[in-house]
Design a binder for this molecule. Structure first.
Ligand SMILES: C[S@@+](CC[C@H](N)C(=O)[O-])C[C@H]1O[C@@H](n2cnc3c(N)ncnc32)[C@H](O)[C@@H]1O
Length: 257
């Protein structure tokens, strides 16, 4: 594969990961949530994201799995590093990044699925985890819900996994985490009891990279949750069901298998 094709997305044209990939190479965790070259991909916050945060907060409360104090604690934990912009999302919680609410919501959907399927000792595999926020919130949720995992495997572009490692280390949560660059991921021996998680990544990769993952990981993974935002196709090679929700204008579908 040509070196640059790994940076393309399903959206085509100028919509690539190039700038994000270059900037993350040497980024520091201290202020990155305000870096204009990074926020498009990791921490974009406009009116729409604030509305998503409010909708997702409502969905979280309807799941009835965690109380308000816990939601507040989880989002504040993720907001502690990277200096995000804060917004008022709900009366019961302090101002926060709506992205942290998203990580709690998608994290809880994965937790609910794992509990319903009674999965234990799994390798949790996240493809395209952005800066790493989903990982630290999920690791906290695993602890709270008594779910044992063997490893939390994060796969992303080489510069990005290096940054994810810095972020997760800043919380001293690197224990049990494995950081795998996309560029060498085929050398990794994926455990057959893996749970696949990917939000706004697997689906938005260009067709050739997405199919590489189907072959190397998805084919051998029995369960997972994929937040699907490819507007052109749904070609996930799994018998999936769609999780219903009432969030307005969310781009994408929540596919569970
Ligand atoms: C839109 S972001 C989603 C980030 C995060 N999951 C979230 O929901 O906030 C897309 C992610 O896909 C990652 N990505 C791009 N190419 C990739 C590849 N070939 N393999 C794995 N991840 C890739 C990007 O680096 C980024 O982390």
């Amino acid at each position: 594969m040509e070196s640059e094709s790994k940076l393309q997305t399903c959206f085509g044209g100028d919509i690539t990961y190039t700038k994000y990939y270059d900037v993350l190479k040497n980024a520091s965790v201290v202020n990155f949530k305000r870096n204009k070259d990074l926020i498009e991909i990791t921490e974009h916050v406009g009116e729409l994201q604030i509305q998503h945060g409010k909708d997702m907060y409502r969905e979280i409360t309807q799941l009835n799995m965690v109380d308000t104090l816990t939601i507040d604690r989880l989002v504040r934990m993720n907001d502690m590093i990277g200096n995000p912009y804060h917004h008022k999302i709900a009366p019961g919680i302090q101002e926060c990044s709506p992205n942290s609410i998203k990580y709690v919501y998608y994290g809880l959907l994965a937790i609910r699925d794992i509990l319903e399927k009674k999965l234990q000792d799994i390798e949790f595999v996240e493809i395209g985890g952005g800066y790493g926020g989903q990982c630290i919130i999920l690791k906290e949720l695993f602890k709270m819900f008594g779910i044992q995992i063997k490893k939390y495997v994060m796969i992303d572009l080489d510069n990005v996994v290096k940054f994810q490692e810095k972020y997760v280390r800043a919380f001293q949560m690197q224990h049990d985490c494995v950081f795998i660059p996309y560029e060498t991921h085929k050398e990794y021996n994926f455990h057959e009891q893996s749970y696949l998680f990917s939000s706004y990544c697997l689906s938005e990769l260009c067709d050739s990279v997405r199919r590489e993952y189907y072959e190397s990981i998805v084919k051998n993974t029995s369960h997972g949750l994929v937040i699907w935002n490819n507007p052109f196709c749904i070609d996930l090679p799994k018998d999936y069901k769609e999780i219903p929700h009432s969030c307005k204008d969310i781009v994408g579908k929540f596919l569970c298998f």
